[in-house]
Ligand binder design. Sequence first.
Ligand code: FMN
Length: 325
Amino acid sequence: MIGTRLTDMFGLSAPVVLAPMGAVSGGLLAAAVSNAGGLGMVGGGYGDAPWLERELALVRNSTRKCWGVGLITWAADDAIVEQVLAARPDAVMLSFGDPRRFGRLVNAAGCRLICQVQDREGAQLALEAGADLIVAQGTEAGGHGGERATLPLVPAIVDLVAPIPVIAAGGIVDGRGLAAALMLGAHGALMGTRFYATPQALAPAAAKRRLMVAQAEATVRTRVFDQVRGYSWPTRHTGRALRNDFVARWHGRERELQQALEPQRSAYQAAAANGDCDKTVVWAGEGVDLITDVEDAGALVARIAREAEQFLMFGSHLVRRDRAG
Ligand SMILES: Cc1cc2nc3c(=O)[nH]c(=O)nc-3n(C[C@H](O)[C@H](O)[C@H](O)COP(=O)(O)O)c2cc1C
């Protein structure tokens, strides 16, 4: 078993955190991850109160282990944070925006505060917010994020925020990635794209099938899906998604999309209702290369932890003590 400050903090048997993917990481997926020894996080996204009420009840009723909830900081308000805290999660994760607005509220509820950051400036705000854990998210990540790559970002944030423990995110989908993250000084890995391709994820089967066959070259960071859906994301954050017909038509032509917004929005909503992955977003990170199946979330946690353990043990065999030859 791998033990880190993350596993100690939540009594985990694997240093694996489910990313709170908005509307995808529902209560059953979060519970499956927690029951398997990881930390399950419900994806509260933009703060849909009825959705949260249903999914928080599900996670509460489906696990006795620690679990958490994630919210998009710039879209959140006190009311939604209070609703989440009333469900008594063990952790609240805030991403994208200034977490200082809600830090005190979360801490006062006796709940651990996790902040996901994309750069050093974000890490500084997370410290000021009173974060118990900081997720360093590289640009390889699926969904929204920033510009810095995981490999140099993680150790830079580890050094900057010490002694606060860091979790690595962005492009990690297997035991090799987890072992590498631990070697960079992280105390665990947070994964989204890999858990998207599980039966428990709340996503159309067609989207999961696309993840199984997609290559990382087919992903792109873009704003066009936020634009058509009408979300006012801060300009520093784009979202990594699979290229599809919608991307081919509008990425790089955002001004034209703005002019055609009304009809395009109606068409987008209709396509979304039909689960049409050519015309609507499938968020995915660069780790898609390594995803070839839809795997049970609990089995995934156990497999990734087992693989990482083997890689860490193998790593020590690379060290040669005699210098001869
Ligand atoms: C489908 C999907 C939805 C996501 N939604 C959110 C979200 O609502 N809030 C959030 O903080 N991060 C979200 N993320 C980003 C994750 O928190 C995380 O940083 C990312 O998944 C890590 O990279 P990976 O996808 O390569 O594992 C999302 C990611 C994906 C793939």
